[in-house]
Design a protein around this ligand. Structure first.
Ligand code: TMP
Length: 213
């Protein structure tokens, strides 16, 4: 399982679609999924989380809903795909809970880790790519995209600056599992950096692609 994570508007969507294309171009069976969501039940929970006003849920309720969605996503999508020998690319995973609810929110990392242990236990992705971008550029991009899934964007710039720092802090804890990618580069440069990281980690010879945007 390869996770692409980072602040809102950092380009995860495009880059995860490109990575999927690169894997499939060389005949690897792969699926692309996302959190919150990624299975029918988890997508139902996603709607509760990403719409409405920020104060609709407090940090703890938000965390529990994220983990309810995560558990459904793992059981219904991720674990069956891995068992069938497929690559799983996920646009966000548990580090989003650590960053958004734990470090940038008021819960603290320990609380997230306790819930994580109960809901997920031992399972971990093999590689996590953190797309790093200043929160002001990232939020502007997310805003330009529009739509009604903007509950988290409305939490403000200071919150998103803490989220950015949180991802960097998490990545520093385990350099073998995490790679930080500078998402201020061009799309194609970001794709190149992602492919290099994946090739190095899994001893593959993937090529970057620009299709699937
Ligand atoms: P998305 O727009 O990247 O699909 O994610 C929706 C929002 O959910 C995004 O603002 C980040 C937030 N989020 C969390 O706060 N905690 C989590 O565990 C996950 C997966 C997402």
């Amino acid at each position: 399982m390869i996770v692409i994570d980072g602040v809102d508007g950092s380009g995860k969507g495009v880059q995860s679609r490109r990575l999927l294309q690169s894997l499939q171009a060389q005949g690897h069976a792969a699926i692309l999924t996302r959190e919150p969501g990624g299975s029918p039940a988890a997508e139902d929970i996603r709607k509760l989380l990403v719409t409405g006003e920020p104060e609709k849920w407090d940090d703890m309720t938000e965390l529990l809903l994220m983990y309810a969605a995560r558990r459904a996503h793992l059981r219904d999508t991720v674990w069956p795909a891995l068992a069938a020998n497929q690559w799983v690319i996920s646009d966000r995973y548990a580090d989003s809970s650590r960053a958004f609810q734990g470090i940038a929110g008021n819960l603290g990392l320990d609380t997230v880790e306790r819930v994580h242990d109960i809901a997920v236990s031992e399972f971990q992705p093999a590689l996590v790519l953190i797309l790093d971008l200043s929160e002001s550029i990232a939020l502007q991009r997310a805003e330009d995209r529009g739509g009604s899934e903007n509950r988290f964007e409305k939490k403000g710039a200071a919150y998103h600056a803490r989220v950015r720092d949180a991802f960097l802090q998490i990545a520093a804890t385990d350099p073998a599992r995490y790679r930080v990618i500078d998402a201020a580069q061009s799309r194609d440069q970001v794709s190149r950096a992602i492919i290099d990281a994946v090739n190095q980690r899994f001893e593959l010879t993937l090529e970057p692609t620009t299709t699937g945007d």
